[in-house]
Design a protein around this ligand. Sequence first.
Ligand SMILES: C[S@@+](CC[C@H](N)C(=O)[O-])C[C@H]1O[C@@H](n2cnc3c(N)ncnc32)[C@H](O)[C@@H]1O
Length: 315
Amino acid sequence: MTGAEGRRATIGRALREAAARLAASSDSPDLDAQLLLAEVLGLERAGLLARLADALPTVAAEPFAAFIDRRVAGEPVAYLLGRAWFHGLSFAVSPAVLIPRPETELMVDWGLAWLAERERTLPAPRMLDVGTGSGAIIVALAHAWRERFPAAAGLPEPRWTAVDLSAAALAMARENARQLVEEAVIDLRHADLWPGGSAEAAAGPTVPATYDLVLANLPYVGTDEVDLLAPDVRDHEPHQALFAGPDGLDCIRRLIAGLPERLAAGGAVGLEVGWTQAEEVATLLAEALPGSAVEVRRDLAGIGRLVVAETRELR
Ligand SMILES: C[S@@+](CC[C@H](N)C(=O)[O-])C[C@H]1O[C@@H](n2cnc3c(N)ncnc32)[C@H](O)[C@@H]1O
């Protein structure tokens, strides 16, 4: 490279300079810079990397610098892009919703396997996603179910219901349902844990009284643990999606208390938990659902992340 080329405002040079600025505040400075410049230029990341020697278009310099400033200040890349990948799908996200995490894909895979095993014996199972946020779990599950059992297979589709306490989150879930499956296929409800309660904005069609499959990734960070969170998370993600009382279990305990009434005989529940909570939640589930098979499933990091309970046909 000649001295003149080295100083030229190329895409490669813009990326190197941005990554150097991000090094102190991000765990993935190169990737962040690439994703943000690709967004500014309207390119895929692979396309961007194939153009490192091209001149950086003048009009791109300012919006890219503005993105980097915001990222240096801690805004997560997903909020800057307005999108996050989850279970192979691109979800719209905003600061009103938690950015879906890869470890939550474990719950989608387990839920899909549970539904698929019963595809002939349990027609149109009633499935509920509690604390749906961006809709990540239920939209990914409905999408995967439709891929596995296309309409041509003639199987009745599960009845999909999801709730959130945040109206802004529900709007985002609705947008993702519209983009990735079909808006009308998921019944989205504004409710405190269980649909049909007093927090619902308007009386719509009736919701099921009981559910065959309940999945929930509710807030589980303790207010005692606030200092352990990464600043990106603590300062930018919605606190209603993160915190649940001093030990983080307030929401999960309340949900478990409702299970004996709301979970159908033969039904199952899957709860995502924090890294220290699996054993305690497994005990709570065993007490609430006597005779059920309770199991802790680990994520790729070996952390007990998903606690599941399957009840007997007759309870
Ligand atoms: C940890 S986020 C999970 C979002 C999404 N399910 C995911 O996995 O990406 C928890 C969600 O639960 C919602 N939430 C908190 N308390 C709730 C409650 N009592 N009833 C219903 N939803 C609640 C929050 O608004 C937030 O959207």
